[in-house]
Design a protein around this ligand. Sequence first.
Ligand code: PMP
Length: 454
Amino acid sequence: MTAPTPAQVRAWDDAHLWHPFTPHGVYRDEEPLLVAAGEGHYLVDTEGRRYLDAVGSLWCNLFGHRVPAIDAAIRAQLDQIAHSTLLGHSAVPPVLLARRLVELAPAGLTRVFFSDNGSTAVEVALKLALQFWQQHRGGQERERRLFVTLGAAYHGDTVGSVSLGGIELFHERYRPLLFDTLKVPPPYCYRCPFGRERATCALECATALEAAVRREGPRVAAIVLESGMLGAAGMIVQPDGFLRRARAVADEVGALLILDEVATGFGRSGRMFACEREGVAPDLLCLAKGLTGGYLPMAATLATERIFEAFLGPPAEGRTFFHGHTYTGNALASAAALATLDIFAQDGILEALPGKIARLGALLDGLRDLPAVGDIRQFGLAAGIELVQDRERRRSYPAAERRGMAVCRAARRHGVFLRPLGDTVVLMPPLTISDDELVHLMDAIRHGIEAATP
Ligand code: PMP
C-alpha cells in the first residue's frame, strides 16, 4: 500500500474529521497545520517545515517531542503490558506512579484516583466531594452540595466540569444540562470587575469570594479554583494571596478546597505545583496535561486520607466511589508519567526555571511598544498577550475579525506554532526551551502582531 499524499490527507481531514473547538466554516481558510512528526521542541508538517511548538501541543508537552527517555519507557512497558484494569485489581506501573505523585504533592494528599483527562480529573473531584459530605460523620453535613467557583473559570468539557465553568461562549448553550454553582467575579486585573486599578486594589475579588462562602457557609461543599491562573479565560493571573485567602475561608466554614492544576501543574508555574507558591495544600488536587510529558492521556485526582476514609465500610453500605474509566491507570501512560517525573528529578528542570522565567518576562516587556498589545500576563513559563483595538480604552477587536488567529498565523510564517484564546496570544513553551528559542519565539510574535494588527 502506498502512503497517502499530503493532499489526500488534507482532503480526508476535510471529509471526515470533526475538530474540537474549531469553527469548521473557516477551518481550511485559516491554514491549519498538518503535523507529520515532531523533533525535540519542533513540530514538522507534511511539507517538512519546522515550527517551534510554543503552546506545548495544547499545554501538555513539557520537554518537546520524541524525548528519548520517555520513548524508551513506553517501549519497555510495551514489552510487559499495555493496559490492564484497576477496577478491583491492580497493576505495577500505576502503583509506582501513585507513590511518586504522593511524594511530590502538597502535604496531606495521600490517595490517587486515576482517570483520562483534565475534565475527568475535575469531574472525579466533584463527585468525590459530594459523596464525601454524604458519608462523612454519618452524613451530618449532607446539605453541603454547593460548589463555589469563579466567573470566567474553565475546568473542562464534561457536564460536571462545564457546570463549574464561567466562559459564556463555551458554556452558555449547555446550561439546560448543568447544575447550579455559585460564581464569584474573577480576579481579572486588566478588566477588574470591581473597577479598580493596581494602585486602588484592595483585593476586592478575594473579599467577594470570602463573603460568598461565608454567606452560604454550611451549604458549601467546596471552593473550586484553577490554581494560580485562569488559563482558558486568557491566562488571567490571580493576585498574590488569593489562593491563601480561599484556603482560609474554606477552613473557616468547614468546606473543601479543590484546586485544578490541570494547566498549571508540573513545573509551569516555576514550582512543581502552582499552589506551592502560596504554601496552600488543597483537599483535592486535579492533575492531567503535563503528567505524561504530553505523550498520553492520563489524569489524577489526589485526595486527603480524611476524604478517602469516608468511603470505607462494608460493601453493603454502598460507600464505594462508583466511578471508573476503562483505561484508568493505563500502564503505558503510567510509564510515560514515571519517565517524566524522572526527568524532573534528574535533569534539574525546576532549578533551571527561574532563569528562563525571568528571560521570558524581559522579552515580553519588549513587546509593550506595540500599540495592539493591551496587557501582558505572565505566570511562570506561561503567558498571555491580550490584543486590543484601542489601548487607551482597552477596547477589544470585534470577535468576528479573529485577530488572535491572524497573529498566530502570521507568526507561523516565522517558524513558530501558536494557538490563541480569542484575542489573547498564549505561550506555553517547553520547560526546556533554550535562550535562542525564546528570542526566536518573541521575534515571531512581534512579526505576527505587526503583520496582523494594522
Ligand atoms: N482544567 C483546566 C484548568 C484546563 O486548562 C483544562 C484544559 N485546557 C481542563 C481542565 C480540561 O482538560 P482536558 O482538555 O484534558 O479535558
